[in-house]
Design a protein around this ligand. Structure first.
Ligand code: PLP
Length: 399
């Protein structure tokens, strides 16, 4: 797709207008096709749990249609602080929690508050691409740390140490990772924390997938490690664990010295997170948690099924132990991941996103979201198997 820029239009240097966007092209193509199985976006197919929807409905009926306290409703912030502690995180007062319009807003608030022009922000690659945009809008410089399939896409302190410069200011951790689904092992988190202390880095730890882990993996909450609370901003939200993407509610937790100025920026951007969504989020946190476990089990079943299907196809991947994605290597098809995704969409009616959307060295990979019922995940895998089989056979015949 080409974006027409009117001749009189003037943009700031930081606005990068992409002349073509593969993601938009794929979404447009998919909209014109019938019977497409979408394994693209990170939006759970599950409905928000009924008791959470009901809490939202009741709140609206009771008049929750106004601004709330800019930092979020006090009772929600207290519930968040209690939940963080119960999950092995650091201890926070309610005024060290700020409720935002999704974790996404927290990310931008953090960068706008912490990055000076030219500051370097270290981001694992592949990694959630919005971090790059947030850093660029704050006139910072993104420095990526490549991670590789051969190492299970592990982010290591050793690799981070190699990219440090005197301008390094922030280290971003996305744990578990989007797109690879990797959980950073506790011992490595400790090494990363020690590195952050040694080099006086702020850590932004995005733990939005922390409740969705498999194979007994556990997410170490970096802010709870000695010496880390005062230099860590933890970002989390309700979208993934409670299937609440459309409610737009998330939060960050940070020591007051950071939380107060960040809250000012949040006020400037959004005033407050939607009131109705805050009531729903409160119900999500304080109500029964079996909905999270039920979702986790469903994603686990889909994960195992997709991994088995990839094994049958002969495609390699690093087995994810968190989130709800599989990051698979399609280089054996002879196509770049972008071309593979287009072919799979056209011929197989399955949509997934190429790895290049998440990192510069990733055009051998596709990110498969497991956000369809198991029957559809299986059908998508069968269609993918056929497309892969045809490509590999054609490649052999041509060899
Ligand atoms: N952080 C990560 C790592 C994500 O993958 C996403 C969404 O995909 C977000 C943050 C944004 O979440 P929210 O819906 O809470 O804004």
């Amino acid at each position: 797709m080409t974006i027409a820029v009117p001749p009189a239009a003037r943009f700031a240097d930081r606005v990068k207008i992409k002349q073509s966007s593969l993601r938009t092209r794929m979404l447009d193509m998919a909209a014109k096709l019938t019977d497409v199985i979408a394994l693209g976006r990170g939006d759970p197919d599950l409905d928000t749990p009924p008791h959470v929807v009901e809490a939202g409905r009741a709140a609206l009926a009771a008049g929750a249609t106004h601004y709330t306290h800019p930092h979020g409703m006090p009772q929600l912030r207290e519930a968040i602080a209690a939940a963080i502690l119960a999950d092995g995180g650091a201890a926070y007062a309610a005024d060290e929690i700020v409720v935002t319009a999704g974790a996404q807003e927290s990310m931008f608030v953090a960068m706008l508050a912490l990055v000076n022009p030219g500051d370097e922000v270290i981001i694992p690659s592949p990694g959630y691409n919005s971090y790059h945009q947030a850093v660029e809008l704050a006139d910072g410089v993104t420095v990526t740390v490549p991670t590789y399939e051969r190492d299970g896409f592990a982010l290591t302190a050793e690799a981070v140490a190699k990219v440090l410069t005197p301008r390094s200011r922030i280290l971003c951790l996305i744990n578990p990772s989007n797109p690879t689904g990797m959980v950073i092992p506790p011992s490595e988190i400790e090494r990363l924390a020690a590195l952050a202390i040694e080099h006086d880095l702020i850590v932004i730890s995005d733990e939005i997938y922390a409740k969705l882990v498999y194979d007994n993996a556990q997410v170490t909450r970096v802010a709870a490690l000695p010496g880390m609370r005062e230099r860590t901003i933890t970002i989390d939200g309700f979208s993934k664990a409670y299937s609440m993407t459309g409610w737009r509610v998330g939060y960050f937790a940070a020591p007051k010295a950071y939380a107060a100025p960040m809250a000012e920026i949040h006020h400037g951007l959004a005033i407050c997170a939607p009131a109705v969504s805050q009531h729903a989020a409160l119900a999500a946190l304080t109500g029964p948690q079996d909905c999270v476990e039920a979702a986790r089990r469903l994603y686990d079943e889909r994960r195992l099924d997709m991994c088995a299907a990839l094994d049958r196809m002969g495609l390699s991947y690093a087995r994810p132990n968190g989130a709800f994605y599989v990051y698979a290597n399609v280089s054996s098809t002879g196509l770049s991941a972008s071309d593979f995704c287009l072919k799979l969409l056209e011929e197989g009616r399955v949509m997934m996103f190429p790895g290049s959307l998440f990192g510069d060295h990733c055009d051998d990979y596709v990110r498969i979201s497991l956000l369809q019922p198991i029957a559809k995940v299986r059908e998508a895998a069968a269609r993918m198997e056929k497309v892969v089989g045809d490509l590999v056979a054609a490649r052999r015949a041509g060899a």
